[in-house]
Ligand binder design. Structure first.
Ligand SMILES: CCCCCCCCCCCCC/C=C/[C@@H](O)[C@H](COP(=O)(O)O)NC(=O)CCCCCCCCCCCCCCC
Ligand SMILES: Nc1ncnc2c1ncn2[C@@H]1O[C@H](COP(=O)(O)OP(=O)(O)O)[C@@H](O)[C@H]1O
Ligand SMILES: [Ca+2]
Length: 575
């Protein structure tokens, strides 16, 4: 009888010496009115449609079979498996009810597998597939085996600490978490402690001093780049304190953080999420957390006069991006559009700033900022900490170069001049505004940052440079732009004679008003800009920056494949 032949017991296929640990589970199960050959081999779950030459319902499947559609999902991308009770009140998707009554009665047992499905533009979605069978024991065997294989995936988080910024971006953080993320975490049996922040630096200080971080397998932040920066500061500071490392010494080798960080994008720029996942989509990010992805990331430390100021993971920008941020902070009520408004305004003001940039080029690295290749999932350069190997001792050469290594303190370069922008991008800084980012070839975890110097030029040329961030054209291929891949750099503004104790908020304003008093009708630029450090204004212009290779880890895997950049349908792109 058909029912029997479909529900023949599970076949355990074992290899030599594998008797105790079956590697392959294979059954014919029922799905969407068809019979499927379902296989689980420890790596993949595969289901292939088997279509009998005669109609399945009336015929026998012992006759020659035709294989129809085939699907497979990596066990590492299965989120959960659950049993279904098909006789009413279930979470079944309704397809079962459309099946003939006779079959419904014949297959009363079912289980649903939830797994990651890839959609367009790096988007991930959670899909369900429900397999039906006639025997309870068979159903149990499938559920248990899949569960065992999921439990064996040790990189998956079980307990997470979640911080939500209710005021970031369009103020949707709480709602995004409750509606889109929490149900997925629950489905994957991840338990969470959730903290909705009450003020700026709440998350940072909680992580730094109070949080019982040993209890958790990771920290999740719901918000923008500023919120992520809070988490990084809390976690890195906590790790250094616990290990007795002094953050104030610019030469100090910092201890890497063990807890991974997940970003659920709910901010204004979401550049760190976009550049590590390929899209700023909360569901996609939640799925990367659940499957336990891990992406190491470089962190820059910023010092002034041997005093620690801040860490940066994306953009450190003086001049244009500093001025845009300072102006946009007063317009937070505009939401993410504040950056476009202030960007337009600061483009028109066209201020330039004088100073000296000295830097230590990363001469021993594999990549350059002008490479055509991009940092993608499984990046070869990042896997080797960005280093060229010369010796034949792989273990030794695996040690990441660190800012404290004295041997790197030779060969500094210096560039003096008037700059519209001085940017350091430790990663591409790709974001919805610029899908290729500020430095398209920058690497997430190679221990370097790309120092981009945009010298004073005409408004027209600066506009051409800005527009190239949104098209395929190379924004560095312009006479007034230079880019260096560096391990450390320093900036000294021209008017800062001995650069000691310069407090921008006080001295900067005084100096500017002094200059303008001396030249009442002049259109000269103020002496100082501010540094935009991942969306925070730094209180000093003279800074020293060092890159710490792979100091933190994210629940991400890098962008999975080369995205397609579309030219803007904008005539200005031809400029
Ligand atoms: C004319 C079009 C020009 C487009 C140029 C786009 C370049 C965008 C590169 C953005 C790099 C972003 C790096 C990340 C920074 C974030 O850490 C940080 C904080 O983010 P959060 O608020 O989510 O916490 N975000 C930012 O500092 C925002 C930077 C965004 C700057 C946008 C500038 C728009 C410029 C528009 C110029 C318009 C000129 C038009 C003339 C006709
Ligand atoms: N509860 C809160 N109230 C006010 N500000 C907060 C709160 N929680 C976090 N912040 C601060 O809000 C700033 C912006 O947050 P972020 O999530 O990055 O949004 P956006 O991308 O819109 O800037 C961060 O610098 C963070 O320190
Ligand atoms: Ca880097």
């Amino acid at each position: 009888m058909l029912i029997r032949s479909l529900s023949h017991p599970v076949r355990w296929l074992t290899g030599e010496g594998m008797e105790k640990q079956p590697r392959l589970l294979a059954s014919q199960l029922f799905l969407k009115n068809s019979v499927f050959e379902v296989l689980l081999n420890g790596v993949l779950l595969t289901w292939k449609e088997i279509t009998a030459n005669k109609k399945v319902i009336s015929g026998s499947i012992h006759h020659p079979l035709k294989v129809g559609t085939s699907h497979s999902v990596s066990v590492s991308e299965i989120l959960a498996v659950r049993e279904l009770h098909v006789d009413g009140g279930t979470k079944d998707d309704g397809r079962w009810q459309k099946m003939p009554q006779k079959l419904t009665e014949s297959y009363p047992y079912a289980f649903t597998v939830s797994y990651v499905e890839r959609a367009r533009q790096h988007r991930w979605r959670c899909s369900d597939v429900t397999f039906h069978c006639s025997e309870w024991a068979l159903c149990q065997q499938w559920v248990q085996t899949i569960r065992e294989q999921l439990t064996a995936l040790t990189s998956r988080p079980k307990h997470l600490l979640v911080y939500i910024n209710p005021y970031g971006g369009k103020q949707q953080g709480k709602c995004i978490y409750e509606q889109k993320v929490a149900p997925l975490f629950a489905c994957a049996s991840i338990s969470t402690d959730v903290i909705v922040t009450e003020h700026a630096n709440h998350a940072r200080d909680h992580l730094k001093t109070e949080a019982e971080i040993k209890k958790y397998d990771g920290v999740v932040c719901v918000g923008g780049d500023g919120m992520f920066s809070e988490i990084v500061h809390g976690l890195v500071s906590r790790t250094q304190r616990d290990n007795g490392v002094d953050q104030n010494s610019p030469e100090e080798k910092l201890v890497p953080c063990t807890l991974r960080i997940g970003i659920i994008p709910a901010g204004s720029t979401d550049c760190i999420c976009y550049a590590t996942v390929g899209i700023n989509d909360p569901v996609t990010s939640a799925l990367h957390v659940i499957v336990g992805d891990s992406q190491p990331m470089d962190v820059c430390s910023v010092h002034h006069n041997n005093t620690f100021l801040r860490y940066s993971v994306s953009l450190l920008g003086y001049g244009f991006y500093g001025d845009v941020l300072a102006d946009s902070e007063r317009k937070r009520w505009m939401g993410p559009a504040r950056y476009d408004f202030s960007g337009f305004k600061k483009f028109l003001t066209h201020h330039h700033y004088e100073g000296a940039v000295s830097f230590l080029p990363a001469t021993d690295t594999l990549g350059t900022p002008r490479d055509k290749t991009r940092c993608r999932a499984g990046c070869f350069i990042c896997q080797h900490d960005g280093q060229l190997y010369s010796g034949d001792s792989p273990e030794e050469s695996k040690t990441a170069p660190d800012v404290s290594d004295r041997e790197y303190e030779v060969g500094w370069g210096v560039v003096r001049g008037k700059f519209l922008a001085i940017n350091a991008a430790s990663m591409s800084c790709a974001c919805p505004r610029s899908p290729k980012g500020l430095s398209p070839a920058a690497h997430l975890a190679d221990g370097t940052t790309d120092l981009i110097l945009v010298r004073k030029c005409s408004r027209f040329n600066f506009l051409r440079h800005l527009l190239r961030h949104t098209s395929k054209d190379d924004q560095f291929d312009m006479t007034f732009v230079e880019v260096h891949r560096v391990r450390r750099f320093r900036f000294t503004p021209r008017h800062c004679q001995n650069d000691s104790e310069l407090d921008l908020r006080e001295n900067g304003k005084q100096l500017f008003s002094q200059i303008c008093r001396d030249h009442p009708a002049c259109s000269c630029s103020p002496a100082y800009s501010s540094w935009n450090c991942d969306g925070e204004i730094l209180p000093h212009a003279a800074i020293e920056v060092g890159v710490h290779c792979q100091l933190i880890k994210l629940f991400a895997r890098g962008i999975e494949e080369q995205p397609l950049f579309e030219d803007l349908a904008n005539p200005l792109c031809a400029l």
